[in-house]
Every structure is written in structure tokens, then in C-alpha cells.
Design a protein around this ligand. Structure first.
Ligand code: ADP
Ligand code: ASP
Ligand code: MG
Length: 245
């Protein structure tokens, strides 16, 4: 089993979703495709929620609960579109609702995942719906009483790592709009250098220092099972990118 995660930039329009289909069709064996919301959808939904609730203060639990119900629709929508497109393109797949298999507590907007329960739910879903390719959402989960939750902004890298951990994946690949992990943000630093190989600890240190390329919670679930993490260029799938292991 491999895990492929496609971020917002990789599903932002029809052309990119077709390109995602090309990458998936060139991959053999079982695969879980984890997608983010299209483009800047999450920002827009966040703004929309604030307009619904203009008086919300920080730590307002009603606001946080509403936020998760609204903002999670971004990933639900993009994953439905990707799944439908792949089926249309001849890549049979099973859509999977992460809010039903990734069990969290009800700390809305920063929910904590219960890995043991999630593993049970995920295994049962896969047994009931056998498929080579599953399409699911990053960033979102659900509580025992059926409320949708989110795992913190940019959390879909972390979701991909959790799926990798629970499924004992052979690898997790984050398809991004850069050639891999650099020693500094290549959009801001002209002579930033591409790093071909990093240890989990080195990558985690970069993330903790603020490198906004891989969510900081991504590394622990992979390191625990010694699963390599690839960060690869979505637009140049022939390139190797960076491996973190
Ligand atoms: P995703 O589409 O998977 O959510 P992100 O937008 O979160 O991807 O991350 C990719 C962006 O991270 C790049 O566009 C790049 O500008 C930025 N970035 C910040 N620091 C780095 C770094 N050290 N190496 C590569 N990219 C970086
Ligand atoms: N869509 C969510 C966000 O923009 C999660 C993610 O893309 O990682 O924060
Ligand atoms: Mg991101």
C-alpha cells in the first residue's frame, strides 16, 4: 500500500485533476489518495464562517464547532470530484469518508486523533469495500457522535502520515508545487538549495523552525513505523524530489 497526498495546488482546477489522474494511472498496486480542498477553498470557507459569526472570540467553542462543520466541506467536495473523475477516466476507486474512519475527540479546529479506534474503523471499511484505489480527505476527522472535526490548518500532510501508519504503508508521497524540500523557501530565497535526503529529525527540525512545506506533526507517525516520506514535484513526476527516512 502506498499513500499519495495531493495538496490544494494539485487539485485547484480541471487540468490539475487530470494530471493527478495521470500520476495515479502510472502507479501500480494498492493506493490511498488523500486530497486537500481545491486551491484556496479553505481560506474562503474560513472567511465565510467568520461572516456567519462576526462576534466570535478566540476559544469560542460554538464558533469552533460551526467552523469545522463548514470548513470540512472543502475536502469533502474536492475528494468527490477527484473520485468521480478517476472513475470516469477508467481508474476504479472507492471514495472514503475520513470523518467516518478517522476518529477524533471534540477539540474542534485542533482535534486529536484516536489511532486505535481509527484503525478499527479503517480496517472494517476496507474489508467491507475492497478496492485497489481509495480516495479520501486530508485535514478532517469525526467524533463518536458524528460531528466533523479538523486537525489544524495545513493538516492534510499529517492525515496522509496517519493513514500510512495505520495501513503499514510502504511509503507516503506528498505531491507539492515545489521540487522537494529546500534549505529555505525557494519562493523567497533565490539560491535556496534542494535537499535530496533528510532524516525524520532533520525534517522535523526544519518544520519546527517554521519551514512551511510539511506539517510538523507528519513525521512522528512515519518514524514510528519507519515509513519513508517522499516530497515530490506534482508538475514533474519524473523527478525524485526529497526523501525523508
Ligand atoms: P500543499 O499544496 O501540499 O499544501 P504547501 O503549500 O503547504 O503544499 O507547501 C508548499 C509550499 O511550501 C511551497 O509553495 C513553498 O513556497 C513553501 N515552502 C516553505 N518552505 C519551504 C522549503 N524549505 N522547501 C520547499 N518549499 C517550501
Ligand atoms: N485544506 C486545509 C488547509 O488549507 C488542509 C491542507 O490543505 O493541508 O489548511
Ligand atoms: Mg499544505
Amino acid at each position: 500500500m502506498k499513500i499519495y497526498k495531493f495538496g490544494g495546488a494539485s487539485v485547484k482546477n480541471a487540468e490539475r485533476i487530470r494530471h493527478l489522474g495521470d500520476i495515479v494511472s502510472q502507479t501500480e498496486g494498492p493506493l490511498v489518495v488523500v486530497v486537500s480542498a481545491m486551491g484556496k477553498t479553505t481560506n474562503n470557507l474560513e472567511e465565510f464562517t467568520r461572516m456567519l459569526y462576526p462576534d466570535a472570540t478566540y476559544e469560542d467553542m460554538d464558533f469552533d464547532r460551526l467552523y469545522d462543520q463548514v470548513v470540512s466541506t472543502g475536502e469533502l467536495q474536492s475528494s468527490r470530484i477527484v473520485s468521480a473523475y478517476l472513475n470516469h477516466a477508467g481508474i476504479a476507486n472507492q471514495w472514503m469518508d475520513a470523518t467516518a474512519v478517522l476518529r477524533t475527540d471534540s477539540h474542534f479546529r485542533e482535534a486529536q486523533v484516536d489511532v486505535e479506534t481509527s484503525l478499527r474503523l479503517l480496517t472494517a471499511f476496507i474489508q467491507a469495500h475492497p478496492a485497489r484505489v481509495y480516495v479520501t480527505q486530508g485535514f478532517i476527522g469525526g467524533t463518536a457522535d458524528g460531528m466533523r472535526t479538523t486537525l489544524g490548518r495545513e493538516g492534510s500532510d499529517y492525515s496522509a502520515a496517519l493513514f500510512g501508519n495505520m495501513l503499514d504503508a510502504e511509503s507516503v508521497t506528498l505531491w507539492k508545487d515545489v521540487d522537494g524540500v529546500y534549505n529555505a523557501d525557494p519562493r523567497k530565497v533565490k539560491d535556496a538549495r534542494l535537499l535530496r535526503r533528510l532524516t525524520y529529525a532533520e525534517a522535523e527540525a526544519l518544520a519546527e523552525q517554521g519551514a512551511q512545506i510539511v506539517h510538523r506533526k507528519t513525521f512522528a507517525p512515519l518514524q514510528q513505523k519507519r515509513i519513508p516520506l517522499y516530497v515530490r514535484p506534482f508538475l514533474h513526476p519524473e523527478q525524485e524530489g526529497t526523501v525523508i527516512e
